[in-house]
Write a protein that binds this ligand. Structure first.
Ligand code: BES
Ligand code: ZN
Length: 890
């Protein structure tokens, strides 16, 4: 267990590497406990580095076996080796070859970083700093080399041997039971993109012809017996490959593209060059085991990792501060892909829900940080909603600001200018500035300033001048270490809607017609005047969520109802309903806390009724409309003195009231969108199921025996996992015999399938009842549970901590104590997963005083422990010291 004196890494300290690595030749002899790695690096002094600098290579838990320079063994006085570094004091000032032999124990690797075992297989995870756990290396993304990898193993132990690039040769090793394979990747890459896999794996094959006519073999490797669950992943891959050609002109560049699904994985998936490694939950799907949401995630994650081939691999990051350069951009690309495969409006709503529930919440709490942080203690803790989701929003804003053509020109320039290089955020933005002759210097603040900008809009109509004036004021709330915010460039897409429900033309005082409805707000306060306005219009602001901000406008309930029915922007139709619901919920929470009742505004009921009855709206949209703001979202809106029980009660009350008020209509829609015939995973069918289950969910809120019977009936007759889980989730909210019966049946039916058992763990951990904590504690010793598997931990403990607001935040503090104790237990085994679990506390400062005290006590107990991993230490410190560690002043 490492507990280091904290020494942060700072962006301002970046220096080019002193040494360059031209090629890396790896020779890996796989063995369960003693894998021998021989790495030959061709090194040379970097002309841009410090002259005469020593050669210091990174390592972690390594043991050196031998070391030679240009094939001559190095005597001990010429180097020093520790588990965490290898230093060669006076290296030659010319190109030379260094051969390093290390021994690693993949079976003892519980962190799942570097080379480890998953089931019967060997696999690797190197991002961000895992390669140093395989061999000593300059483990930084701006050191790019061409890799050749030879792997050998017992044939019976690992009949399949894979590495990055194209296959070169393979065969038996004469006189032994061993065999080998050699792979070569011609594209220079940073070591975090290195991967190798060995194991007994089955392969599903397909092929793809690129736009220039090259044939690419596509291979998905899975545990034998799971071949039948790869079809959707393979289909998604081919669609993603075609899409990147059509939208960005990006072609795949190797002869083979491989995906390996493993069951032990810290994250979702990893974009290793030519050899993506996936958490099996993002590959394997069948109608009986995966929900529609699972299918959609598979499509998005497969696309995301594939898109990294250009945004991340061909062009990588200069340093880890630039993480959003690949992640934010690639999230934007996968969002756009999904929007074009499915429904743009529905995708956008889903993306904004995620942004608000995770990124806005993060930005409002002690873990807030800029999209490009300027300081970190542990880079693994910066794969955050802010880097990913807000990073994607910044790219989206560029597209809104510059238009489709300008955006494409900027991307084209980025690909041609930086191909084969390690780039920065400034490099990226400069491509858009240069390609479109636009000054984007102020826009760069989006990368540097944390916090969610707030925009206040006040409208005044002048009947005589037939004009509308909008006074717009932007502010950035102070965040830890960032007391004052500089004004941002905000692309605000808006519409003015007339009585007839139609958009009015947007004409400025000087007669200019505003294109695409976009105005750019870049000063603290601005006034916009629109002419030829015959009557006071209804304002539709931030259409399509054109900027990741909070908008405050005095919109009445009647206007919101009008927007929900008439806005030409589908996103804002949904948003109007959310705003209506949120204001009811926030008021309701205050009422409930002072002994009053929730008042349900008829405007919301009427607006929902109109939405449900509108034949022009797709079912998936209607399902989104019926789904009320999340508890965490309401909490963030309330901002302080948060009482999770009151929020839950208000939200439940509202949902019950919707169910009761719209009962017959919900029943009618439920019956009408129920598909007959075999399950299909396409967006339209999934949308119908989403609406059906949203109706069931609201109807079941009453808890009446008819409603419970309906859910039970759906559970029993379901021919697919979406409907089965939809029914089970509705039942889970009620302590009725049917719940216990169905939960038991579910386990018995699926006990042999860990990914489905995870749904069973997650659902039970999310039940908003006091019995849940003891139930979760009991489930930790269930035979299907294991602290060694990240998916199990996330399903059971993660769901409890992140998705069960009332029980994690139990008034007696037992939820906090349990999660904190679990983090401490898990930390020595897997610090990354432990640190992520701890981040469930990220809104603790906003809680009402009693809970806040208990959460703080739990956090302080963790903080006070002697042996914490750097990962957990970093999170707990930032969470308890006001966030100063993320700032330049830290
Ligand atoms: N490069 C990341 C995987 C990664 C994350 C490696 C953190 C090391 C540390 C990959 O491209 C990624 O972003 N995966 C996401 C899913 C994606 C669809 C957003 C993940 O793993 O959650
Ligand atoms: Zn990614």
């Amino acid at each position: 267990m490492r507990t280091e004196t904290a020494k942060p890494v700072r962006l301002e300290d970046y220096r080019p590497p002193d040494w360059l690595v031209e090629t890396v030749d790896l020779d890996v002899a796989l063995h369960p406990t003693a894998t021998r790695v021989r790495a030959t690096l061709s090194l040379e002094p970097n002309p841009n580095g410090r002259n005469g600098a020593p050669l210091v290579l990174d390592g972690e838990e390594l043991s050196l076996v031998s070391l030679s320079l240009d094939n001559v063994p190095l005597t001990p006085e010429r180097y020093s080796a520790t588990p965490s570094s290898l230093t060669i004091a006076g290296p030659p000032r010319r190109p030379f070859r260094l051969t390093i032999e290390t021994l690693v124990n993949p079976s003892a690797n519980t962190q799942l970083m570097g080379l480890y075992r998953s089931g019967a297989s060997y696999c690797t995870q190197c991002e961000a700093e895992g390669f140093r756990r395989i061999t000593y290396f300059l483990d930084r993304p701006d050191v790019m080399a061409v890799y050749s990898t030879r792997i050998e193993a017992e044939k019976s132990d690992a009949p399949v041997l894979l590495a990055n690039g194209n296959p070169v040769s393979s065969g038996d090793i004469a006189g032994t039971d061993r065999h080998f394979a050699v792979w070569h990747d011609p594209f220079p890459k940073p070591c975090y993109l290195f991967a190798l896999v060995g194991g007994k794996l089955a392969c599903v094959e397909d092929s793809f012809r690129t736009m220039s006519g090259r044939a690419v073999a596509l291979k998905i490797f899975v545990e034998p017996g799971k071949e039948g669950r790869c079809a959707y992943a393979m289909d998604s891959l081919k669609r993603a490959m075609r899409w990147d050609e059509a939208r960005y002109g990006r072609e795949y560049d190797l002869d083979v593209f491989m995906i390996v699904a493993v069951s032990d994985f810290n994250m979702g998936a990893m974009e290793n060059k030519g050899l993506n490694i996936f958490n099996d939950k993002y590959v394997l799907a069948s109608p009986q085991t995966a929900t529609d949401a699972d299918f959609a995630h598979i499509e998005a994650v497969i696309a995301h990792e594939y898109f990294h081939n250009w945004t991340g691999n061909r062009i990588t990051c200069r340093d880890w501060f630039q993480l959003c350069l690949k992640e934010g951009l690639t999230v934007f690309r996968d969002q756009e892909f999904s929007a074009e495969q499915r429904s743009r409006a529905v995708e956008r709503i889903g993306d904004v829900r995620v942004l608000r529930a995770h990124q806005f919440v993060e930005d409002a709490g002690p873990l807030a940080h800029p999209v490009r942080p300027s300081l970190y203690h542990e880079i693994n803790n910066f794969y955050t909603a802010t880097v990913y989701e807000k990073g994607a929003e910044i790219v989206r804003m560029l597209k809104v600001l510059l238009g489709d053509d300008g955006f494409r020109k900027g991307m084209d320039l980025y690909f041609s200018r930086h191909d084969g290089h390690a780039a920065t955020v400034e490099d990226f933005i400069a491509c858009f500035a240069d390609a479109t002759a636009t000054d984007l210097s102020q826009f760069l603040r989006w990368y540097a300033q944390p916090g969610t900008p707030e925009l206040k809009v006040t409208a005044s109509f002048d009947a005589r001048a037939r004009s509308l004036r909008l006074d717009v004021a932007q502010t950035l709330p102070p965040r830890p270490g960032h007391p004052v915010g500089e004004p941002m460039v905000i692309p605000l897409v808006l519409g003015l809607i007339g009585k007839d429900g139609r958009d009015l033309p947007l004409v400025t005082a000087d007669g200019r017609r505003i294109e695409r409805g976009m105005v750019v707000v870049s000063r603290p306060a601005e006034t916009l005047v629109f002419m030829d306005i015959p009557e006071p219009p209804v304002l539709s602001l931030n259409r399509g969520f054109s900027a990741p901000i909070k908008v405050f406008a005095e919109t009445s309930a009647e206007e919101l109802q009008f927007l929900a029915a008439h806005d030409s922007d589908a996103f804002n139709r949904w948003e109007a309903l959310q705003v209506l619901a949120t204001s009811l919920l926030v008021e309701g929470v205050a009422e409930l806390r002072s002994g009053g009742r929730l008042r349900v505004d008829q405007a919301l009921i009427d607006a929902l009724e109109a939405t449900l009855s509108d034949p022009g709206l797709e079912p998936a949209f209607a399902a989104q409309a019926l789904s009320m703001p999340a508890e965490a979202d309401i909490a963030r809106d309330i901002g302080e003195d948060v009482d999770p029980d009151a929020i839950f009660r208000a939200r439940s009350e509202l949902r019950r009231s919707i169910g009761e008020n719209l009962g017959p209509l919900l029943e009618d829609r439920y019956a009408r969108v129920s598909d007959r015939g075999p399950y299909r995973p396409d967006a339209a069918s999934a949308g119908r199921r989403a609406l059906k289950n949203a109706c069931l969910d609201l109807l079941a809120m009453s808890g009446s025996s008819a409603a419970i019977g309906m859910a039970e009936q759906q559970y029993e007759s379901a021919d697919n996992m979406t409907d089965r889980m939809g029914a089970l989730a509705a039942l889970a909210l009620h302590d009725v015999p049917a719940r216990a019966r169905c939960l038991e049946d579910f386990y018995r039916t699926y006990e042999s399938d860990p990914l489905v058992v995870d749904k069973w763990f997650a659902l039970q951990a999310s039940i908003p009842e006091p019995g849940t904590l003891p139930r979760v504690q009991a489930l930790t010793i269930h035979p299907a549970f294991s602290f060694a598997n990240p998916n199990r931990v996330r399903a059971l403990i993660g769901s409890f901590a992140h998705s069960n607001q009332t029980q994690f935040n139990r008034a007696d503090g037992a939820g906090y104590e349990f999660v904190a104790a679990t983090v401490v237990d898990l930390d020595p085994r897997n610090p990354q997963v432990a640190a992520r679990l701890l981040s469930a506390f990220k809104s603790w400062r906003a809680l009402e005083p009693a809970r806040r005290g208990k959460a703080e006590a739990a956090l302080r107990r963790v903080a006070g422990l002697e042996t914490l991993s750097r990962d957990v230490k970093d999170i707990v410190t930032r969470m308890t010291d006001g966030g100063v560690r993320t700032t330049d002043k830290g």
